[in-house]
Design a protein around this ligand. Structure first.
Ligand code: CAA
Length: 283
């Protein structure tokens, strides 16, 4: 089945980036959020990011205009459910994701493929609460979506080959590269990335280095584009903590114990760039 329309649930950091790249590649996009402010902010950000690509001569202004015309913002989940492919990109909380899939189910077309942009939660478990585990999989983009080349594709235990192939074709049409991951906690990227970030927080917690020296060490000493603490602020400290908890619970190994300092920052509401305060102060 050829995918022509894509419904995206959640217009936050990931959802707006996914809408951006899908529309630019010719898909009809229905972008949904429970908050109309979040939808307005997403449309403004997509416009700004497309403008940036026009300025840098990556795309033409006609490309930008047609991409924008393909994005329909809608508060109505029933409309999103009528898409060929639905990508859930809401908060990294399993209860919220289950609620969204339950709300979508009554209006889905029989052939619609359901996916989640979850960075760590079991695809098999999410799929098991829907009516179509064989047409369900993980479709995990990296942030910032318009820039990052990789998409992780995660098959649940019941995902069929036709569903995988249809999603792989979408990744290819986006001009991105797919990595196939098995359905184990946090898949590939976050299984490796999050323990590194958590270790950077322990390095800070134990006073081995300060925020600047830790980030500078990894930027200049390991050629990472961002230091681990700067990257944690960029991803969101709540998301980092949620992923560490999934690893800790799912793999039952103390090496995945979230650093108490990471927990404390999240409890304080210091979630990184999105709250203007994390390991760095953005106010
Ligand atoms: N939309 C469109 N273009 C964007 C953009 C956006 N949102 N953000 C940046 N860009 C473009 C810029 O226009 C620029 O383009 P050119 O190369 O054509 O000039 C390019 O990206 C680089 O941007 P900048 O010059 O502004 O800044 P930079 O060189 O410092 O790069 C960065 C910024 C791409 C974010 C870089 O710092 C980086 O790669 N950081 C690491 C990001 C990373 O690791 N992401 C993965 C996070 S983990 C994840 O996402 C998984 C998860 O589940 C948590």
């Amino acid at each position: 089945m050829e995918i022509k329309s894509v419904g995206i649930v959640g217009a936050g950091q990931m959802g707006n980036g996914i809408a951006h790249v899908m529309a630019l590649s010719g898909y009809d996009v229905r972008l949904n959020d429970i908050s109309s402010d979040a939808i307005d902010a997403a449309l403004a950000l997509i416009t700004r990011n497309l403008d940036r690509q026009v300025t840098r001569e990556k795309i033409s202004s006609a490309d930008r205009d047609s991409a924008l015309s393909r994005i329909q913002a809608t508060p109505d989940l029933a409309q999103v459910a009528q898409s060929d492919l639905v990508i859930e990109a809401a908060t990294e909380r399993e209860d919220i994701k289950h609620q969204i899939f339950e709300a979508l189910l009554p209006n889905l077309k029989p052939e619609t493929i359901l996916t989640s942009n979850t960075s760590s939660i079991s695809i098999t478990r999410l799929a098991s609460r829907t009516d179509r585990p064989e047409k369900f999989m993980g479709f995990h983009f990296m942030n910032p979506v318009p820039v990052m080349q990789l998409v992780e594709l995660i098959r649940g235990i019941a995902t069929d080959a036709e569903t995988y192939d249809a999603c792989l074709a979408v990744v290819q049409k986006l001009g991105k590269t797919a990595a196939s991951a098995e359905d184990f906690p946090a898949f590939i990227v976050n299984r490796i990335l999050m323990p590194m970030i958590n270790e950077a927080v322990y390095t800070l917690y134990e006073g081995v280095g300060n925020v600047e020296s830790i980030d500078q060490s990894m930027k200049l000493g390991a050629n990472h584009p961002m230091g681990p603490l700067e990257l944690a602020d960029f991803i969101g400290l709540d998301t980092c903590l949620a992923i560490m908890n999934v690893l800790h619970d799912g793999l039952a190994d103390t090496k995945y114990r979230p650093c108490p300092l990471l927990t404390k920052y999240v409890e304080a509401g210091w979630l990184g760039r999105k709250t203007q305060r994390g390991f760095y102060d953005y106010r």
